[in-house]
Ligand binder design. Structure first.
Ligand code: NAP
Length: 443
């Protein structure tokens, strides 16, 4: 591995394809024999620092249509939080089921799971049938792993019945020195970013793009009012940028003044601090409080000058969904990709049908959507929202921060990169956008 890293650091990318592959590599894992370690604890008390390990694991065999990538940097996504606390179920069930689908997929079914759904790095090897990418290419990877042997996936690959999230529902993820991906996950690394900056947008940027911008999601247009929950978080920090970039007006909901300030720095003007304003949408565990929905809706109108949201960008789920359905404008769209606070949503359906609102389910992004989202990053129109960076050995702490909602934007992880700041190929473009690239740093 040392020789591979030396070649990358020396910009001798032509050499990496001929250097021998190591038989093992270091990766962040959860272990199958530990899935019961948090039994009886509340979700909040489950500590990723106990369940995420850095282990030496065997380098997987390379199959057709695949690539092995030397990972310079990765990032923590909420799916790694779910994996690390074994909720809503442990991810070994995904690996077992995948393993049964083919002899090649069998490689993924192991007593450990190398996690992580983002990477920036260098292609080391490509398998048979890969023509678009070569060893030495500097890449990022999106996390859609899809088989595409079924007709359903051929209009929109997210509809393929064998669609999985790499590093969550498959093994050999990006929080590691090496990663195994399908070659159709690869995209060019944005030239003006460091490894850790380039690694951090992938999953959330692509997800927010489909959810908000794509025709498969809310199909946002100029002039739309967009209510964005968690507007400085992983998804929200990209949704806010897409809204501003696309001529819409974001109404940013955040949990602190510090997060409100970050939204202002992104260019948002309409901000609701949900904690300072004390919204309590649930009176108790089973009863919601429509008066609080109304108070929230009135506050949105006060900020917008009377407009209700054309689009509500949802992901907190149970806690906020009733309010989200209520505040969307007549004919408006609630687009959801998650349920962080609970997946059994409750809302008053009268507000939905009488006002002809729509709820749209959205999940990650197809290759085209991920590519378009990455292209916006590469052109400096959307910027990474990296706030802090940990060494791979401290991935547990990084996931703990995200689990506790103690982070801003994205939390990065250095894998092979020995330090931050490496990998920039276009310093001029970088210089033009430096303030925006660093907006979330050190907050
Ligand atoms: P994140 O970085 O933790 O950001 C989420 C933000 O939501 C938090 O910063 C918080 O902001 C806000 N929030 C959390 N709980 C809330 C609650 N009960 N009420 C209102 N706001 C709340 O996480 P993320 O990366 O954005 O991911 C969010 C969720 O989406 C996770 O469940 C994740 O698994 C899911 N996800 C799904 C997909 C997909 O493809 N389906 C892709 C990415 C993520 P404030 O405290 O500032 O309000």
């Amino acid at each position: 591995m040392r020789k591979i890293l030396d070649a990358i650091l020396a910009d001798d990318l032509a050499a990496v394809g001929s250097l021998p592959l190591p038989s093992t590599y270091r990766g962040v894992t959860v272990r199958a024999d530990e899935v019961e370690m948090f039994a009886g604890q509340s979700t909040q008390d489950k500590d990723p620092r106990r369940s995420l390990h850095v282990d030496d694991v065997a380098t997987p065999e390379l199959g057709p249509g695949e690539a092995l990538v030397a990972v310079m940097a990765s990032a923590v996504n909420y799916n790694t939080v779910w994996t690390s606390i074994f909720e809503p179920m442990d991810t070994f069930g995904f690996l077992r089921r995948y393993g049964k689908t083919s002899p090649l997929a069998q490689r993924h079914d192991l007593p450990y799971h190398v996690v992580g759904s983002d990477l920036a790095g260098v292609v080391l090897r490509t398998g048979p049938g890969v023509n678009a990418w070569q060893p030495g290419d500097e890449v990022v990877a999106h996390c859609l792993n899809v088989e595409l042997e079924h007709p359903d996936g051929h209009a929109d690959t997210m509809l393929d019945p064998e669609q999985r999230i790499w590093g969550f529902e498959t093994n050999f993820g990006g929080l590691a020195e090496l990663a195994l991906v399908k070659s159709n996950q690869l995209m060019p690394k944005p030239n003006h970013l460091t490894w850790e900056e380039a690694a951090c947008p992938g999953l959330v940027n692509s997800t927010a793009y489909r959810q908000l911008v794509s025709r498969n999601g809310a199909d946002m247009k100029q002039g739309d009012t967009v209510l964005i929950w968690g507007a400085s978080g992983g998804l929200g920090s990209y949704a806010t940028q897409f809204a501003l970039n696309g001529g819409a007006t974001p109404v940013c909901v955040v949990g602190s003044e510090q997060k409100a300030e970050i939204c202002r720095q992104m260019g948002a003007e309409l901000i609701i601090d949900r904690n300072a304003e004390g919204y309590k949408f649930w009176k108790d565990e089973v009863t919601q409080d429509p008066k609080e929905w109304k108070r929230f809706g009135a506050r949105i109108r006060e900020l917008t000058g009377g407009d209700d949201p054309d689009i509500v960008f949802e992901h907190p789920g149970q806690e906020t969904f009733g309010a989200s359905v209520y505040v969307a404008r007549k004919g408006g769209t609630i687009v959801t990709c998650a349920s962080t606070s609970g997946f059994l949503h409750q809302y008053d359906n009268r507000y939905l049908w009488m006002n002809l609102k729509r709820i749209i389910g959205s999940h990650f992004a197809n290759y085209r959507e991920a590519w378009e989202a990455n292209r916006l990053i590469a052109k400096g129109k959307i910027h990474p929202t990296l706030s802090s960076v940990y060494p791979m050995e401290q991935t547990g702490q990084a996931a703990y921060d995200v689990h506790r909602n103690a982070h801003q934007g994205k939390v990065g992880v250095l894998c092979l990169a020995p330090e931050e700041g490496l990998g920039v190929r276009d310093p001029e473009l970088r210089e033009r956008h430096l303030a925006a690239i660093n907006r979330f740093r050190g907050v």
